[in-house]
Ligand binder design. Structure first.
Ligand SMILES: NC(=O)c1ccc[n+]([C@@H]2O[C@H](COP(=O)([O-])OP(=O)(O)OC[C@H]3O[C@@H](n4cnc5c(N)ncnc54)[C@H](OP(=O)(O)O)[C@@H]3O)[C@@H](O)[C@H]2O)c1
Length: 371
């Protein structure tokens, strides 16, 4: 595995080729818009998902913020897309433009489905269900990634982003498909990073974000505590917005705050979890080992007029952080996760973020919870 963070800084202010999956809504839509905003004239942005209307609305928003680039949409079902089809999509999007003309070739594997969360692991006997899940979430991701990297071999700078999840590291009830798919997918990208030191590979975990996916989990999970967790986040409007996680994503990329291939996480103020601490499920554990400095209150949260409440939330979080850490440190599980944390994850150095995101001179320590 790459051992330093040097060299992972990505300059988006250039003529880029940028392909993103799952760009019709949710996190992928916002990431596509905000990333494309930074590219120079002559760049090509390729948006993939099934919904043609969703892709078209993403395209329209991109062209509003950056009219000097080309945006190509392709409505495709990634559960059954062949290698030939994927190569064709990339080839057609390039037209006659040589790959050497791009300063950056980037791909974001954002597509993701939650799988059947009504099933417990003991009931996952339907072979077709397994195959369909892995086809969309793992197999096509690997195939598309290979097609992309083969095509852009001559491009001087290549970035590969996998949108991952805490669920690839720890088990969450009712999420047998999701957890196992995310684990397999992230490991593929870790191997890639290990084999290709010249690539920048970011496994980015966006935190719990208000999208269709989390609505779905909240409504359908067979595990009461999982439904309650997401309901709590949603009721208190403390779930991250797609704007917030995208702002963090871009700051991590542009500051190079990660080691290629490592699992990199985003954050959530934890005051909202106070009511859940007594539930003693795994998210709680995460609260204690991932404390970092971030100023979420300074980010436009995309909720319209948000931000005023952010500072209050952050101040409250600081108050509960210490007692949590104390109780955490006394458990065996703590040692295991700490070990993991050191070896496998990048903890963001907050210095760059603080400048970009904070509206307040005083930095505050916030506990974090991830999904
Ligand atoms: N939301 C969270 O809290 C959270 C937390 C951690 C990680 N993540 C990860 O972040 C990524 C985006 O999640 P999200 O919350 O934004 O999900 P979402 O709102 O459900 O969006 C999923 C995207 O994937 C596309 N998609 C799904 N199945 C597809 C298929 N068969 N073929 C092509 N495209 C397909 C959807 O487009 P169409 O329906 O138009 O095809 C949509 O654009 C996922 O990888 C997810 O695992 C999310």
């Amino acid at each position: 595995m790459a051992s330093t963070t040097s060299g992972t800084k990505v300059d988006l202010d250039q003529v880029a080729y940028f392909l993103i999956t799952g760009a019709s809504r949710g996190i992928g839509q916002r990431m596509a818009i905000e990333t494309a905003r930074r590219f120079r004239a002559g760049s090509i942005v390729v948006l993939l998902a099934r919904s043609a209307s969703g892709l078209e609305s993403t395209r329209a928003e991109i062209l509003e913020v950056n009219p000097h680039i080309t945006v190509v949409t392709s409505s495709v079902d990634l559960s059954n897309a062949s290698r030939e089809l994927l190569e064709d999509i990339i080839g057609k999007s390039l037209g006659k433009k040589p790959v050497e003309s791009f300063g950056l070739a980037a791909i974001v594997h954002n597509v993701g489905t939650i799988g059947n969360v009504e099933r417990k692991a003991i009931d996952m006997a339907d072979r077709q269900e397994w195959e369909e899940y892995f086809a969309t979430n793992v197999i096509t991701v690997g195939v598309l990634n290979s097609c992309f990297l083969r095509r852009f071999g001559e491009c001087p700078r290549k970035l590969v982003v996998n949108i991952t999840s805490k669920a690839c590291l720890v088990p969450f009830k009712s999420m047998g498909f999701y957890c196992s798919g995310k684990a397999a997918r992230e490991m593929y990208f870790k191997v890639l990073a290990d084999e290709e030191p010249d690539l920048v590979v970011l496994n980015y975990s966006p935190g719990p974000v208000d999208t269709d996916m989390t609505v779905d989990i909240q409504g359908r999970s067979n595990a009461e505590e999982i439904r309650a967790y997401f309901k709590g986040l949603r009721d208190t409007t403390t779930m991250l917005t797609t704007h917030q996680t995208t702002a963090k994503f871009l700051s991590v990329l542009e500051a190079g705050q990660f080691k290629s291939g490592d699992h990199s996480r985003v954050t959530l103020p934890v005051l909202i979890t106070a009511g859940f601490m007594i539930l003693n499920f795994r998210w709680e554990v995460e609260i204690n080992i991932h404390t970092e400095r971030i100023a979420i209150q300074g980010v436009d949260d995309g909720r319209g007029g948000g931000g005023g409440g952010g500072a209050n939330r952050v101040a409250g979080v600081a108050a509960i952080d210490y007692s949590l850490e104390e109780s955490w440190e006394s458990t065996d599980e703590d040692e295991d996760d700490d070990e993991y944390d050191e070896d496998e994850e990048t903890e963001y150095d907050s210095e760059g973020d603080d400048e970009d995101l904070s509206t307040d001179d005083e930095l505050r320590r916030i506990s974090l919870v991830t999904f």
